[in-house]
Ligand binder design. Structure first.
Ligand code: GLA
Length: 324
C-alpha cells in the first residue's frame, strides 16, 4: 500500500519471527531487532560476542527479501555493566571507554555490513525535562559530550554505506524537539557523519497532536536529513492512565485509534519525500512491550492487526487512504 512512499517495518524477536511470520512477510518490508542487537545482548562480557539470535533475525530478513535497521549501538540502557568499569569495579577512564565503544561498533556494524542498511547509532541522549541538553549517563559522565560524535565516526568507519541515525522518543514534544534539533545541528556543524533522525513515535490515542508531529517533522527536515519513524505504536492509554479493568478494547477506542492512524498516515504521506521508513514497534496485538508497561499486568492493543492477526478498523482506514 505504501511501497511507493516509504518502507513499512516491524520490530521482531526470535519468537515473533515464528508466531507472526506470515503477517510479517505479507505486510512488512523491513525489520528491526527488538532487543537482540543492543549492547548487552551482543557483548555481555568483554570480548565475548553472542550473535546467534541477532543472526537469526538477519537471516529472516534475508529469507523474505526485507530490509533491516540496526538498533542500537550506543544507549544508556541495556548496556553491559562491565563496559563502564575496570576489573576492580571502578569507573574506567575516558580513553578506555571510547576504545571499548569503538571496538564494539566496529565489530557489530562490520559484521552486518551489507545486511543492515541503517543504524540507530545513538539512542536517547537528550534530557526530557529542564534546560540541560543531555541526559545524565555513564557515557556522559565518563566520556563527556563528545562520545556522541565519536559513535557516529566509528559507525561510519565500520560501514561507510550505512545510513546513520540519531533516535529518540517524545520527539514531537516541542521542548524536546528543539533540543534534538540543537544536538543534531551541532553534529552537522562539526562535520559528523549523521544521515537521519529517528522519531520513535511511541504515541497514544490522545497525544501528541498532529500539529506537534508536523512541526517536529518540519523542523527536523529543515536540517536536510532523512527521517524515519522507528518505533511506532499507538497505546490505548494516556501515559499516566493506570486503569487495568479492560480485557479488550472498546468500540470507541478502536474507532479513535483508526482516526488517529488515518491522520498520522495522511501526514506521513505528505512528507513522503523526507520520510524513508515507518517502523512499528511490533506487528500485531498478540505481542507488544506495552503489555505490562508502564502498568504491570495490563494488556494494550497498539497496532493495525489484532491478536489473531486480523486487520483492525485502523488498518481498513489506512488502506482506504492508500488507494487515493
Ligand atoms: C526504547 C528503545 C527500544 C525499546 C523501547 C521499549 O524506545 O529504543 O529499543 O527498548 O524503548 O521497548
Amino acid at each position: 500500500m505504501f511501497a511507493d512512499d516509504f518502507r513499512i517495518g516491524a520490530a521482531v524477536n526470535p519468537l515473533t519471527i515464528q508466531s507472526q511470520e506470515e503477517l510479517l512477510a505479507y505486510h512488512f518490508n523491513s525489520i528491526t531487532a527488538e532487543n537482540e542487537m543492543k549492547f548487552a545482548s551482543l557483548q555481555p562480557e568483554e570480548g565475548v560476542y553472542t550473535f546467534e539470535e541477532a543472526d537469526r533475525l538477519a537471516a529472516f530478513a534475508q529469507k523474505h527479501g526485507m530490509a533491516m535497521r540496526g538498533h542500537t549501538l550506543v544507549w544508556h540502557n541495556q548496556s553491559s555493566g562491565w563496559l563502564f568499569e575496570d576489573k576492580k569495579g571502578n569507573a574506567v577512564d575516558r580513553a578506555t571507554l571510547l576504545e571499548r565503544m569503538k571496538s564494539h561498533i566496529h565489530t557489530v556494524a562490520g559484521r552486518y555490513k551489507g545486511g543492515i542498511y541503517a543504524w540507530d547509532v545513538v539512542n536517547e541522549v537528550i534530557a526530557d525535562e529542564g534546560d540541560e541538553l543531555l541526559r545524565r549517563s555513564k557515557w556522559l559522565d565518563i566520556a563527556g559530550p563528545e562520545f556522541i560524535a565519536r559513535a557516529f565516526e566509528y559507525a561510519h568507519e565500520a560501514d561507510p554505506d550505512a545510513a546513520l541515525f540519531y533516535n529518540d522518543y517524545n520527539e514531537s514534544n516541542p521542548g524536546k524537539r528543539d533540543k534534538i534539533y540543537t544536538l543534531v545541528k551541532s553534529l552537522l556543524d562539526q562535520g559528523v557523519p549523521i544521515h537521519g533522525i529517528g522519531l520513535q513515535a511511541h504515541w497514544n490515542l490522545y497525544g501528541p497532536s498532529l500539529d506537534d508531529m508536523r512541526a517536529a517533522i518540519d523542523k527536523y527536515a529543515s536540517l536536510g536529513l532523512q527521517l524515519q519513524l522507528t518505533e511506532l505504536d499507538l497505546s490505548m492509554f494516556r501515559f499516566d492512565d493506570e486503569r487495568t479493568d479492560l480485557t479488550e478494547p472498546s468500540a470507541e477506542m478502536l474507532e479513535l485509534q483508526a482516526e488517529r492512524y488515518e491522520g498520522i498516515f495522511k501526514l506521513l504521506k505528505e512528507y513522503r519525500d523526507v520520510i524513508t521508513s515507518v517502523t512499528f514497534w511490533g506487528a500485531a496485538d498478540d505481542y507488544t512491550w506495552l503489555n505490562d508497561f508502564p502498568v504491570r499486568g495490563r494488556k494494550n492493543w497498539p497496532f493495525l492487526f489484532d491478536e489473531q492477526h486480523r486487520p483492525k478498523p485502523a488498518f481498513h482506514r489506512i488502506a482506504a487512504l492508500a488507494r487515493h
